[in-house]
Design a protein around this ligand. Structure first.
Ligand SMILES: C[S@@+](CC[C@H](N)C(=O)[O-])C[C@H]1O[C@@H](n2cnc3c(N)ncnc32)[C@H](O)[C@@H]1O
Length: 200
């Protein structure tokens, strides 16, 4: 249960974030410290590995679902450049505010919006690439299935989804949505995490 889902986005006045059964994180500063520990002070290398595996190219449009404090979205923006577009969605307004602040401080234009993976507020076939980094284990199976269904909907034909997680027992749901696996492996700099790159 998300007890804070009635809170409006203070910056934009946007409607309340939809309820989610996902486990929402509300402590952005502490979260960044945890990432520093998990990656043994190698978070920049971890983030670059993710964008390399996803094969981000200048001009591409990227959706970062469950973007948290926005670190991965900012690295993605550096890869796609000014002609590219990066959107991050996140149910925690604390994370949203913090990620926007980080983007402004670094002078990067990244669109961070309140939202949930199971109900993406974008038209069909909007993005070339979706990043779903350490997010799916935060939700029950039914929410994961809805999220995978939504990612398939908003991804362009031929687009890629990169999933990084500690437990990737989701293969049937991706295959049912018409994805095929193009790469998979262990993540360096973060013990116990694996990745799968899917193509639609
Ligand atoms: C472990 S953090 C990962 C954050 C970020 N992707 C990263 O790479 O650092 C998981 C994030 O998923 C968010 N989350 C929880 N439920 C969600 C949902 N239904 N849709 C999207 N994100 C969700 C949490 O609030 C949290 O910020």
């Amino acid at each position: 249960m998300n007890w804070f889902s009635h809170v409006r986005d203070k910056e934009t006045g946007a409607a309340p974030v939809p309820q989610t059964q996902g486990q929402v994180i509300r402590w952005p500063r502490f979260y960044d410290v945890i990432l520093w520990v998990i990656t043994r002070n190698k978070e920049p290398a971890f983030r670059r590995f993710v964008t390399d595996i996803a094969g981000l190219q200048p001009g591409e449009s990227v959706l970062d679902v469950g973007c948290g404090t926005g670190t991965q979205a900012l690295v993605a923006k550096a890869c796609v450049g000014e002609s590219g577009r990066v959107v991050g969605i996140e149910p925690s307004l604390e994370m949203v505010t913090y990620a926007r602040h980080k983007a402004r401080r670094r002078g990067l234009v990244v669109d961070i919006q309140p939202g949930v993976i199971e109900r993406l507020a974008y038209p069909d076939q909007s993005f070339d690439v979706i990043l779903c980094i350490i997010v799916l284990h935060h939700m029950p199976d039914e929410t994961k299935r809805q999220g995978i269904n939504e990612m398939a909907r908003v991804l362009k034909r031929g687009g890629r989804v990169l999933v990084v997680d500690s437990n990737l027992q989701l293969l049937p749901s991706f295959e049912q949505e018409g994805f095929s696996q193009v790469n998979a492996g262990k993540l360096p700099f973060a013990d116990g995490y694996t990745f799968i790159l899917w193509k639609k």
